[in-house]
Design a binder for this molecule. Structure first.
Ligand code: NAP
Length: 272
C-alpha cells in the first residue's frame, strides 16, 4: 500500500527514543521528512547524522517541552527548515507517579510534562496545519481508561489528551484537518526494559505482564505502534478522525477471563 507520505513534513515530539523513535523511523521509511524535538541532544543528533548520510532528513530540535517557549521554537524551527507542517505527532511524555499524596504543585508539573505541550504545539502550529489540511496524532495511554494507582497527573493528562483529540477533531473538521489518538498499553521499549531490569527477577516480571496481554501473550512492539501512526498520518485514512485507537493486543478492553488459565475460565455462566 502506498501511504502517499513522500515529502510530507512531520513534527514529532520525543522522537529520539522508545515509541517516538519507532514513529520517526516509520515516517522516514515512508518518505516523510521529520523534525524531532527532545531535551537531550546526543541521540537526536546521531539520528540526524544517520539519515543525512542516506540523503534523508530527520532534523533535531533541542528543547524541553515543559517550557512554552520551547514549544513555539519547535514549530518555528520546523517551518523555517521545511516551510510547512503536514503531520504533528504529539508523543513526548512520562509516567511520573505524581500521586494523590504528592500535592497540587506536583500535579501541575505532571500536566506540564504530559498534557500542556500537546496543546501548545498544536496551538502554535494551527495556521500551518490548516494550510496543508494536515493531521494530528496524539499518543495517549490505557492508564486513563483503567487507572493505575499512584499516578494522578499522568492519568489526568492522558484523559485530557483523549478529550482534546475529540475536541480538536470537531474544531478542525471544517479545515480538513484530521485528529486521532493512539493508545499504547504495554509496549516494549528500552526504558521499559531498564525498569524491569531494576527488579529482583526481571524475566519473571516480564512473563507475568505478558500473561495479561490477550493477543499473543507478548508486549506490543514499537513498530506495531508506529505502523498505526503512519497509517493515521496517511491520506489512506482520509475519513478517520476523532478516533482513539488502542494498539495493545486487547489489554485495555478484553474480559479479564481471557487472560486466566483455561481450566479456570470453564467455570461460571457462559454469558456472564
Ligand atoms: P521514552 O522511551 O521515555 O521516550 C520519551 C521521549 O520523549 C524521549 O525521546 C524523551 O527525550 C522525550 N521527552 C520526554 N519528555 C520531554 C520533554 N519534556 N521535552 C522534550 N522531550 C521530552 O517513552 P515511551 O515509552 O516511548 O513513551 C512515549 C509515549 O508513549 C508517551 O506519551 C507515553 O506516555 C506513551 N506510552 C508508553 C507506554 C509504554 O509501554 N512504553 C505505554 C503507554 C503510553 P529526552 O529525555 O531527551 O527529552
Amino acid at each position: 500500500m502506498d501511504l502517499q507520505l513522500k515529502d510530507k513534513v512531520a513534527l514529532v515530539t520525543g522522537g529520539s527514543k522508545g515509541i517516538g523513535l519507532g514513529i520517526v523511523r516509520s515516517l522516514i521509511a515512508e518518505g516523510a521528512k521529520v523534525a524531532n524535538v527532545n531535551r537531550s541532544s546526543e541521540e537526536g543528533l546521531q539520528l540526524e547524522k544517520e539519515y543525512a548520510a542516506l540523503g534523508k532528513e530527520c532534523v533535531f530540535i533541542q528543547g524541553d517541552l515543559t517550557d512554552l517557549a520551547a514549544c513555539k521554537n519547535a514549530v518555528d524551527q520546523t517551518l523555517q527548515k521545511f516551510g510547512k507542517i503536514d503531520i504533528i505527532v504529539n508523543n513526548a511524555g512520562v509516567n511520573d507517579g505524581a500521586s494523590l499524596e504528592a500535592g497540587p504543585e506536583a500535579f501541575v508539573e505532571s500536566l506540564k510534562r504530559n498534557l500542556v505541550h500537546y496543546y501548545a504545539i498544536v496551538h502554535y502550529a494551527l495556521d500551518a496545519i490548516k494550510a496543508t489540511k494536515g493531521c494530528i496524532i496524539n499518543i495517549g495511554s490505557k492508564v486513563c481508561e483503567t487507572g493505575q494507582g499512584g499516578t494522578s497527573g499522568y492519568a489526568a493528562s492522558k484523559g485530557g489528551i483523549n478529550g482534546l483529540t475529540r475536541e480538536w477533531a470537531v474544531d478542525l473538521a471544517s479545515s480538513g484537518v484530521r485528529v486521532n489518538a493512539v493508545s499504547p498499553a504495554e509496549t516494549w521499549t528500552p526504558l521499559y526494559e531498564k525498569c524491569l531490569d531494576a527488579m529482583p527477577d526481571p524475566e519473571g516480571a516480564k512473563k507475568e505482564i505478558e500473561q495479561l496481554i490477550p493477543l499473543g501473550k507478548r508486549f506490543t512492539t514499537i513498530e506495531e505502534l508506529a505502523d498505526m501512526v503512519v497509517f493515521l498520518a496517511s491520506p489512506r485514512s482520509s475519513h478517520t478522525t476523532g478516533q482513539i485507537i488502542f494498539v495493545d493486543g486487547g489489554y485495555t478492553h478484553f474480559d479479564r477471563k481471557c487472560t486466566m488459565p483455561s481450566d479456570v475460565t470453564q467455570f461460571g455462566p457462559a454469558n456472564s
